[in-house]
Design a protein. Structure first.
Length: 244
């Protein structure tokens, strides 16, 4: 399996406060990798740095190339895409127009396969097709997350980074979203998933990292992390049951 993303010694600071310290991780092609950890651990900061939205020290290599000096828009055009925690949809625009914006860089290249991807997104999210002329701001929380995912897929990512996709959603909707994330891998998209819902994340992921106070403190195959006493005590509790 080829390595899509390799991060070594990544550090990010806000002034004199270091939010991420010497973090390292790897995402291989065709895999779902998760980063779990408590609120305030630095997970969102980590993704923002990988996307080029925050200055960082260390090595970030994507498709074998150092991307430290590449702007976020160029990273998107190379197949690296982030779905942010707040989704950042255009509320006053329709579902369809939001999807069009996801393919913006492809329109500039006169990509003729965009229409095909509309159908693929609508097949993956039938509810979006039903609401394609509805304003994004009128959608439910689960529908907005679907639209955020669909918009990202319109850019044809090779690596999709998801920041807290379950945030603020009802349990049944969370299950649906994680089922979709699991199915995305079958379309050829690799995924870096940042989540507070450790149970759901470890169930869909192949490999996981635990980030606490800005540092990677544990890593390993998801099945091993899910049985690790420290992870169970801190993140899983005594409840059982599957999301996917």
């Amino acid at each position: 399996m080829s390595t899509l993303l390799e991060v070594r010694g990544l550090s990010v600071a806000y002034g004199k406060v270091e939010a991420v310290h010497h973090a390292g991780l790897r995402v291989e092609e065709g895999r779902i990798v998760t980063v779990i950890g408590p609120n305030g651990a630095g997970k969102t900061t980590l993704l923002a740095a990988l996307m080029g939205m925050l200055a960082a020290r260390g090595s970030v290599r994507y498709l074998g190339q150092d991307i430290a000096r590449i702007e976020p828009e160029q990273r998107v055009s190379r197949g690296l895409c982030l779905v942010p925690e707040r989704r950042e949809l255009f509320a006053a625009m329709t579902v369809e127009d939001n999807l069009v914006l996801g393919a913006f860089h492809r329109y500039r290249k006169r990509d003729k396969s965009i229409a095909e991807d509309f159908e693929k997104v609508y097949q993956l999210f039938p509810r979006l097709k039903e609401r394609h002329l509805q304003l994004a701001g009128t959608l439910s929380g689960g529908e907005r997350q679907m639209l955020a995912l669909g918009r990202a897929l319109m850019s044809r990512p090779r690596l999709l980074m998801l920041d807290e996709p379950s945030l603020g959603l009802a349990p049944l909707i969370v299950r649906d979203i994680f089922q979709i994330i699991f199915r995305l891998r079958e379309t050829g998209v690799s995924i870096l998933l940042v989540e507070q819902n450790a149970r759901a994340a470890l169930q869909v992921a192949d490999f996981g990292y635990v980030l606490e106070t800005g540092e990677i403190v544990l890593e390993g195959p998801s099945v091993e992390l899910a049985s690790n006493p420290r992870v169970i005590e801190s993140y899983l509790g005594l409840a059982s049951g599957k999301v996917v």
